[in-house]
Design a protein around this ligand. Structure first.
Ligand code: PMP
Length: 362
């Protein structure tokens, strides 16, 4: 007899990360996971290496130094922060803590795939609110949520679309939800956004006990390999997350590197500036090729190859892969006719543009 997991677990499709290699190509260019093309802060690497000298010791289970550094750099209260193994883990912990079978979870139509996994792991029901032009709609989310959603997940900016909602829209969303619905604002890409009307949700989270903001060290800090993220919320929520997380969830080299990275504002500034330049380059060059690119404020763009069945995007993906350029198909998000492209180095981005020009001519 095979051991049966809980009902619904076998309906979960495992998360399939962006590909890391191109068959038969020695040094492929990986632009499939929205990683930082500049690497990480040299100070973070140094701190990581120093911490690696004590691998026999358990980490600080409370990540006290890291939370203090985050608090110092952001002006937030250290005792309202909890760290996790990537913001992924924090999203999972929220599901584990607040969701049960049959509960309603709401996301926007093209929301980050992990929200679906979180809902399914708890046997909750995921409702997706329709988008127009790949942008979340507050009205649609409020309608889907009604008065009985347990959690609303919203990535702002969103992956894979790259679009965002301005601060007044986020406040309107929160104001329209009952106090019994938890609003999770996933801000994995917040540090890249330049738009004047963008606001982080931390003020909402500071003043309301039904808002959580999550952040990551995987993007602007370039520490994706270390799996590190943090959440900011009311103390009652932080208390709950501290009860359900593993006692030593975040490892010592990650704590050390993250503590150095959050203080290295110069590296963050350079990463944002590089991204700004390269996004503009990609938008302009891909537009020049006649490709439709969804306006993005993240570190990636969604490139469209319109047809009805996604064959053109699949062909483009195969063509690029054969040249060692790895993008991310987004059919699993319900967008079969598009590819997501991380803004890489200038040389990498130029290579993608040249290859796409060739593909379109063929
Ligand atoms: N949220 C969004 C919107 C993301 O795109 C990602 C990374 N792909 C994450 C959360 C998770 O990031 P991490 O677990 O590396 O912190």
């Amino acid at each position: 007899m095979t051991l049966e997991p809980r009902p619904g677990i076998l309906d979960i499709r495992p998360y399939k990360p962006g590909a890391a290699d191109a068959p038969g190509i020695a040094n492929p260019v990986k632009l499939s996971s929205n990683e930082n093309p500049l690497g990480c802060s040299p100070k973070a690497r140094e701190a990581f290496e120093a911490a690696a000298k004590s691998l026999n010791l358990y980490p600080d289970g409370g990540a006290v130094k890291l939370r203090a550094a985050i608090a110092e750099m952001t002006g937030l209260e250290a005792d309202r922060i909890v760290c996790g193994t990537g913001s992924d883990e924090l999203l999972q912990l929220l599901g584990r803590s607040y969701l049960g079978p049959g509960d309603k979870v709401v996301q926007s139509q093209y929301g980050f795939l992990v929200y679906r996994l979180v809902a399914m792991q708890s046997g909750a029901e995921l409702v997706s609110a329709p988008e127009t032009d790949y942008r979340a709609s507050v009205d649609a989310i409020l309608e889907a949520a009604g008065d009985d959603a347990k959690i609303v997940f919203l990535a702002n900016p969103n992956n894979p679309t790259g679009t965002y909602l301005p601060g007044d829209e986020i406040r309107r969303l929160h104001a329209g939800l009952p106090s019994t619905t938890l609003l999770v604002l996933d801000e994995a890409y917040a540090e890249y956004v330049d738009e004047a009307d963008y606001e982080t949700g931390v003020d909402l989270a500071r003043n309301h006990d039904n808002v959580v903001v999550t952040r990551t060290f995987s993007k602007i800090h370039g520490l994706a390999a270390l799996r590190l993220g943090w959440a900011y919320a009311d103390r009652s929520i932080i208390d709950v997350l501290n009860r359900v997380r593993g006692p030593f969830n975040v490892n010592a080299p990650a704590i050390a590197a993250g503590t150095a990275a959050i203080r290295d504002t110069e590296f963050q500034r350079r990463s944002a500036e590089h991204n700004r330049e390269q996004l503009a380059f990609l938008r302009q060059q891909l537009g020049g090729l006649g490709l439709d690119v969804t306006p993005s404020v993240g570190n990636f763009v969604l490139v469209h190859f319109p047809d009805t069945d996604g064959k053109r995007a699949t062909d483009a993906d195969a063509f690029l892969t054969s040249r060692g350029l790895i993008l991310r198909p987004v059919a699993a998000y319900g967008i079969p006719h598009a590819l997501r492209l991380t803004a890489g180095t200038a040389v990498q981005n130029r290579a993608v543009v040249n290859a796409l020009a060739e593909f379109l001519k063929a």
